[in-house]
Design a protein around this ligand. Sequence first.
Ligand code: NAD
Length: 383
Amino acid sequence: MSAAAGSFPHVLVAVPTEVGEGERRVAAVPETVGRLIAAGLSVCVQAGAGDQAAFADTAYAEKGASIDADPVRLLGSADAVLKVAPPTHEEIDRLRPGAALVGFLDPVGHPDRIRLLAQRGVIAFAMELLPRISRAQGMDALSSQAMVAGYRGVLMAADRLPKFFPMSMTAAGTVPPAKVLVLGAGVAGLQAIATARRLGAVVEAYDVRAAAKEEVASLGATFVELPLEAQDGTGGYAREQSEGFLREQRSLIGRHVAASDVVITTAAIPGRPAPVLVTEAMVGGMRPGSVIIDLAAESGGNCELSRPGEDVLYDGVVVTGGRNVASAMPTHASALYARNVANLLLLLVRDGAFAPDYDDEVVAGTCVTRDGDVVHPAARGRA
Ligand code: NAD
């Protein structure tokens, strides 16, 4: 049942199967479907949408969702569509003008897509743009997925390292613990530190933000002190650093990289390419068998040699570039993401009807297109 753009008497929410290569997540799980239905919405899930994340159609149906095998009908009839990855052009063409779309939209990287959404008359909300304020923490999909990636990154390293992580005292002698260096101690980095510690590694970490020191120490890792000025920006993020700063940082961090069995890099600057922290020469200085996991590979890479989704072997060192790492743990990545998305959607409805308050900081902060226009400043400059 649909009504005019922006006010639906009874919102029909669609959850399509993700079509992107290697995307195994789904934007709603049975638990969140139950919550949306309890809030007065109707939910229709595409047949098989949760299969790769181990959520069966029957589990959605038990929570009250209808199941539709036809993606054209599903998208064409929905008042609100929940997605993980940005929609393809084909998916955008299937959306009903006036429908809402909630998901990762990559508004800065793909202004063309944002323009198409506006032209289609879609009211689009980008999870990347969510203001990171306390009230919105439950909707913060960048954090939930970074947390999954940080955990998974350590498992990827452990799988590639030809050594133990924990110290082992055996009849055949003592095995020393692996030395892990984490560069960038934000959400992903802190989770990587905690995971590497749980596996028994000795962990060091470095970040350019002053607050990171205490957080790293609270997880039982050693903060690498470098004689460099802190690079705090706004909103708890790092500011973009000068090439001179990064050159100095690389020269100071080099000996820590060389002494590590595993380096996990997670350093990022919002809206900018990832800073290069590990050069080819630094990789060459590591012991054969060492492993680098570059979780920033998709945004330019913290290591000069990393390629997203590939293992590059260089002088006996494996350099792995992360690519959609959270999707490799689709059950929990989906469960967390689905809660983020459901929390945002519930902010957009009142009494079962779509009624976004565009004066609300969270609503205004995430909305990229409405009434045929690109309305978000971060996307507008580019679309
Ligand atoms: P991010 O993904 O943008 O960056 C990851 C980390 O890389 C950051 O900690 C950053 O300081 C670091 N970094 C940047 N340049 C670096 C360099 N040259 N060397 C080493 N490290 C470098 O950040 P994030 O993980 O999304 O979050 C960053 C901060 O925001 C954290 O303090 C986090 O706790 C905070 N945060 C707050 C909220 C909230 O209040 N709702 C939500 C999420 C994150």
